[in-house]
Design a protein around this ligand. Structure first.
Ligand code: GLY
Ligand code: MN
Ligand code: MN
Length: 436
């Protein structure tokens, strides 16, 4: 699969050379690092999880010298502490590359690979340390001009090609995304089941993340949001430390990563197991908008039009609920709805939760195509101190988010098994005990 990804990229590169760096390690404090995760682009092209690695793709060179990896040499003393390394000798067989060199020789060799081509694919500006390795190599390579040889005079951001490849999912990626969605669902259902007044938000977080971790999803796709009561109105709430009170809504936005693919799901439920009439009215408005927007996720419709459908339904409900003055079309036009719906309806989803890929083409919103995946996540958030809102609605925050794959026909909702109908949710919330 990684070989296929490299080939797809190289086929589009012509006689250019591409250079990719592994994600840097990040120090947390002293000699302790943050958990390492490979950069998605680098993993897409190599499947390799070690840090301090550079991949060079040079399709115009001789066979056997086109896919080249610079990586850490074996070091038995270090490996006692940090675990096994693939090493230079092991890399061609383990990773399917043509050639491997010690990363310590990068400065010596990289400039050679930059000679003989006019175009370099490199993400200049993404990481100053990577720039500081590539730019001197480029300068050295230019000396070869004196001998009449080509050197890069055009720099292209690899995102232009690579991110378009990542945007259209293939079978292996979809298998991982479906598994991530399934495990995320098990976690969300567990969080619903153990919810009751008096439990802290972090208990729901821990119980949910446990469910996917023990099934092999070793990381979250992003930090979990567990917001109860007024915290449901904080879009990127992450403290997760409030005691849940009866009468609260609980908004959980959380998803696991499985095999380098993300899931991103939001559900909102009542702490006590029953929506109040006010909560239910907001919930049903968001659910109606979400269903309409999902139904719109079909080839040919644009990414922006999915948002427009959600905005349209939400705004009509906001007028009916007394949150906005009508007519609804005017509140869409003057963006009055943004008082209660201030974010977009979705984003691409894939190896990264906010995945790569352009949203516009030639200045227009991009039409959806089979194989693309996106989230659909409308919400309504009414600040507790919003004196313009009807009193009964203040402090209510609701978001409902699913992961949707575009197909040739009906949208394929990867997260459809996670309850979102009012009666399903009310039946599940509080149905299990977790003693802490
Ligand atoms: N969890 C972040 C988002 O929904 O976009
Ligand atoms: Mn989310
Ligand atoms: Mn999202």
């Amino acid at each position: 699969m990684f070989d296929r990804h490299r080939r797809q990229l190289m086929d589009r590169m012509g006689d250019a050379v591409a250079v990719f760096f592994a994600a840097p390690e990040q120090i947390r404090n002293n000699d302790v690092h943050f958990p390492y995760r490979q950069a998605s682009d680098f993993f897409f092209l190599t499947g390799f999880e070690e840090p301090e690695v550079v991949l060079v793709l040079a399709p115009r060179r001789e066979p056997g010298d086109q896919v080249v990896l610079f990586l850490r040499a074996s070091d038995p003393d270090r490996e006692v502490w940090d675990g096994r390394r693939v090493g230079v000798d092991g890399a061609p067989a383990a990773l399917g590359v043509d050639k491997a060199f010690d990363i310590d020789t990068l400065d010596e060799h990289l400039s050679d690979y930059l000679v003989g081509t006019r175009t370099l694919y490199f993400a200049l500006g993404d990481c100053a340390e990577d720039d500081a390795r590539v730019l001197p190599a480029l300068r050295r390579a230019r000396r070869a001009r004196r001998d009449g040889r080509e050197t890069p005079c055009t720099l292209i951001d690899p995102a232009e090609v690579l991110h378009d490849l990542r945007l259209r999912k293939h079978e292996e990626g979809l298998v991982a995304m479906r598994r991530a969605a399934e495990l995320t669902g098990i976690g969300h259902r567990r969080a619903m089941a153990i919810t009751r007044p008096g439990v802290h938000e972090y208990v729901l977080q821990a119980a949910m993340e446990y469910e996917w971790a023990v099934r092999g999803a070793r990381r979250n796709a992003y930090p979990s949001i567990v917001g109860s009561g007024p915290n449901a109105c904080v879009l990127h709430y992450r403290d997760n430390d409030r005691r849940i009170e009866s009468g609260d809504l609980v908004l959980v936005d959380a998803g696991c990563e499985f095999s380098y693919h993300a899931s991103d799901v939001t559900r909102t439920w009542p702490a006590s197991g029953r929506f109040s009439p006010a909560q239910r009215s907001i919930y049903e408005a968001v659910l109606a908008a979400q269903k309409a927007a999902i139904a719109h996720c079909r080839p040919g419709n644009t990414f922006d039009s999915v948002h427009a459908v959600a905005v349209d339904v939400l705004t009509r409900h906001m007028v009916d609920l007394g949150l906005l003055e009508g007519p609804a079309e005017d509140r869409v036009l003057d963006e009055g709805y943004k008082r209660y719906y201030m974010h977009r309806t979705g984003h691409w989803l894939g190896m990264d939760v906010h995945d790569v890929g352009r949203y516009h083409q030639a200045g227009s919103s991009r039409p959806l195509e089979p194989g693309m995946a996106l989230t659909v996540e409308p919400g309504i958030y009414i600040a507790p101190d919003d004196e313009r809102a009807p009193e009964a609605l203040r402090g209510i925050g609701v978001r409902i988010e699913d992961d949707v794959l575009i197909t040739a026909g009906e949208p394929d909702v990867l997260t459809s098994a996670i309850p979102k109908e009012v009666d399903e949710i009310e039946a599940l919330v509080g149905s299990a005990r977790l003693d802490v």
